[in-house]
Design a protein around this ligand. Structure first.
Ligand code: FES
Length: 326
């Protein structure tokens, strides 16, 4: 591994690497000297820097109250660079570079929660359910899996409130009736959903059809939601603009068809990125001057309006010039 340790990253050691379900490996990471780690809210993820220079985001599924360990669970994905490294090369004792934690899937206070997970999408929802239980909130978690026996993190879920967890096992013919679950808005309830695209689309469609209040149904997207893709087609804002890097003094023109991230990279200004689709938050960059044209799925409406940061992998500029804190 020839990679330099970038600033703002952590060097951690894999203490435990274990298969916890078919095709799923859990990795527990600690500081090699036992130092406390930066706090992580439920729903947060870390960025794992791969030996080939790539970066992949993984939700933290351990207990946020444990300040000395981060735990991730990684599903084997054919051809996946991140899962290939975790499943193929990561062993107890392997030292890795990590940045974060970041949180683009914020867990807000509520008297009641409804969690909907599909497969490995349970990872950000487990710490949320744990925190909901700790706060004494009313919560229910629906977990859609291929088989109950192979459900990832089922022991951890059982430990925090097995009676509140409903497992829908496809091999038993039990499929979650999303439309019925969300048929009418439940007062004082936040819905958090993470899983395969088909499940999240079904939840989003059902929530719209039943008129759940804006902001009450939240998703951890793995691909950009359809609405955001449509926004990206705003031709009026697709033209070239200038980006000035306040810290490095570099100035670049971002042409049509090129992202800010790509333009900066070509100019030798490196900003960490992972999804490059505006969904993970890794490339979030502070805006010092100018008006961003937000095209991500990370920032809230209020954060977009404030314009203090932007995801430079997808977002562009409404002003002729942006000054970024890089
Ligand atoms: Fe994921 Fe930009 S790299 S939001």
């Amino acid at each position: 591994m020839s990679m330099e340790t970038p600033p703002g990253t952590l060097t951690l050691r894999a203490e435990r690497v274990a298969c916890i379900a078919p095709g799923v490996v859990s990795v527990l990471l600690r500081d090699p000297r036992g130092a406390a780690l930066p706090p992580a809210e439920p729903g947060a993820h870390i960025d794992l820097h791969l030996p080939d220079g790539g970066v992949r985001s993984y939700s933290l599924c351990g207990d946020p109250a444990d300040r000395h360990a981060y735990t991730i669970a990684v599903l084997a994905v054919p051809g996946g660079r991140g899962s290939g490294f975790v499943h193929g090369a990561l062993r107890p004792g392997t030292v890795v570079t990590v940045s974060g934690p970041r949180n683009s899937f914020r867990f807000d206070p509520s008297p009641r929660y409804l969690f909907v997970a599909g497969g490995i999408g349970i990872t950000p929802l487990l710490p949320m359910a744990r925190e909901a239980a700790r706060r004494g909130a009313d919560w229910t978690l629906h977990h859609c899996v291929r088989s109950a026996a192979g459900a990832p993190l089922r022991d951890e879920l059982a430990a925090i409130g097995g009676g509140r967890v409903v497992v829908h096992a496809a091999d038993a013919g039990d499929r979650l009736a999303v439309d019925a679950l969300l048929a009418s808005p439940v007062p004082d309830t936040l819905v958090y959903c993470c899983g395969p695209q088909r499940l999240m689309d079904a939840v989003a469609t059902a929530a719209v059809a039943a008129a759940w209040p804006a902001g009450s149904v939240r998703f951890e997207w793995f691909t950009p939601p359809a609405g955001d893709v449509a926004d990206a087609g705003d031709a009026a804002a697709d033209g070239a603009f200038e980006v000035v890097c306040a810290r490095t003094g570099v100035s670049v023109t971002v042409p049509e068809g090129t992202s800010v991230l790509e333009a900066l990279d070509a100019a030798g200004v490196r900003v960490d990125s992972s999804c490059e689709q505006g969904i993970c938050g890794t490339c979030e960059t502070a805006v010092l001057e100018g008006e961003p044209d937000h095209r991500d799925s990370v920032l809230s409406d209020a954060e977009r309006a404030a314009g203090r940061t932007m995801m430079i992998c997808v977002s562009r500029a409404r002003s002729a010039r942006l000054v970024l804190d890089v």
